[in-house]
Write a new protein. Structure first.
Length: 445
């Protein structure tokens, strides 16, 4: 009930939302149900066997959820390396090698895309952090990398919280020069620190951190809401709906870390000028769709309500005012699943599958997959392939289910193969994760 009360109270402060605020609903709407069941693969039917977590959770339009399963082509899975320590992001170097981040302790490594040979951690990274411990998130090459050898990455600092434990900062953005021959990075510069810097009291996820370059050469970065509990006052639980912070936002900045021209709140008093979109919970994946220029995003919901969104400048994506799920104890977060002025998801999962990194297939090795959106699933423990038609999801195909492992990120290499990072960690972040995650390569059978 606390979350409902907080949402209701804040809605009255967010005119014109107050006029349609519903009365608080019943407290518990769904008891704990245990682990989400393994997808059931029956041609033409949904992979889901559970009822929705949110009672009477009806889609706004056909194909918004529970698309039919459609099998495609067989493929070979090659484990290139199984000694990574909770990898988080990757990008492909001009020579075909893979630049990979490991989350905590934060490192960068380079892996051979054919043999899986892995370098030691790149030297020169430590100066990025003001604390002894730090974590790495995403990494991308500058569009002009062949000339300037510059990379951009997201990271967080780790330090003690007020309870004697460890917490992580908000997500920051840095750039550096990659010296591949020396296995090092140089000229590190932190170009942007999100506000507030230390919003959480626990070592947690919901960091966001994916980066893409827009067609004008600006960086678009997703930032999580860092919610601890609905009673928190610093920052407020409805921070994603407020314009004075970066929590639960997409931001757009220049390569120097300045607000990009054309951002929607550049001239709004009290608003953060870097904001691109608002109303996000735990965004995880970000990718441009080839041929359309649409920017797609994956977002991890609570119990139910995992989302795929198409991001548009200045739009509000609703969290936590609207949601297609419930809180972890089984209580409602909001009575609303949609609202005028807030963009509904293109697709959602209820129950949750915990989507992470995403990538569009644009290669030639798998003609039948061309245009598909791949979605990494963490607690779902599979790689989902979504078939799109006219901007809607018309089919899904879970892959790699036999591995029974968390999937963190996916990418399409210059060779047309699909590369997958598994996550040998757990849903709770730790500094003691085993080196048991893998880089996989999918090629035609």
């Amino acid at each position: 009930m606390k979350r409902i009360a907080v949402v209701a109270a804040c809605l009255f402060l967010l005119s014109p939302l107050a006029a349609q605020t519903p009365p608080p609903p019943a407290n518990v709407v769904q008891k704990p149900r245990g682990p989400t069941p393994v997808p059931v693969l029956v041609e033409g039917q949904s992979i889901e066997t559970w009822s929705t977590e949110l009672p009477n959770n009806e889609p706004l339009f056909p194909q918004q959820t529970r698309a039919p399963y459609r099998a495609s082509v067989r493929f070979t899975v090659t484990t290139l390396n199984n000694q990574l320590r909770v990898p988080w992001g990757m990008d492909f170097l001009p020579d075909g090698k893979v630049l990979v981040t490991e989350r905590l302790p934060g490192t960068l490594r380079i892996l051979d895309a054919n043999t899986g040979a892995m370098t030691p951690p790149l030297s020169g990274l430590a100066p990025v952090s003001r604390t002894a411990q730090f974590g790495m998130l995403d990494v991308v090459l500058d569009p002009d990398y062949r000339r300037n050898r510059r990379i951009f990455f997201t990271f967080f600092e780790a330090g003690p919280n007020t309870n004697g434990g460890l917490t992580n900062s908000n997500t920051f953005v840095a750039r550096a020069t990659l010296d591949q021959a020396a296995n090092a990075v140089r000229d590190i510069q932190v170009i942007f620190r999100t506000i507030p810097a230390w919003p959480s009291q626990r070592l947690g996820a919901k960091t966001g951190g994916r980066i893409v370059f827009d067609p004008r050469g600006n960086l678009i970065v997703i930032i999580g809401d860092r919610d601890d509990n609905p009673s928190q006052t610093t920052p407020p639980w409805l921070s994603p709906q407020m314009l004075d912070n970066d929590l639960g936002k997409t931001i757009r900045i220049t390569p120097d870390g300045l607000p990009a021209a054309g951002n929607p709140y550049l001239k709004t008093p009290g608003a953060r000028p870097e904001i691109f979109t608002i109303g996000h919970r735990s965004p995880q994946g970000l990718a441009y769709e080839p041929g359309t220029g649409k920017l797609w995003q994956s977002e991890l919901g609570p119990r139910g309500g995992d989302e795929i969104n198409v991001l548009t400048l200045g739009k509000n994506y609703g969290w936590p005012v609207v949601v297609n799920g419930i809180d972890y104890p089984g209580t409602r977060i909001s009575e609303l699943t949609h609202k005028d002025g807030m963009v509904p998801p293109v697709y959602y999962w209820d129950p949750s599958r915990n989507p992470s990194g995403i990538a569009f297939y644009r290669g030639n090795l798998f003609p039948q997959w061309r245009g598909s959106l791949f979605v990494s699933m963490l607690d779902g423990r599979f790689l989902d392939r979504l078939t799109l038609r006219n901007g809607r999801v018309v089919a899904e195909e879970p892959l790699l289910m036999d591995l029974k492992t968390r999937i963190r990120d996916v990418g399409v290499g210059p060779d047309g193969a699909v590369y997958v990072l598994t996550d040998g960690g757990t849903s709770s972040m730790t500094v003691a994760s085993a080196a048991s995650s893998s880089l996989l390569k999918l090629t035609p059978k």
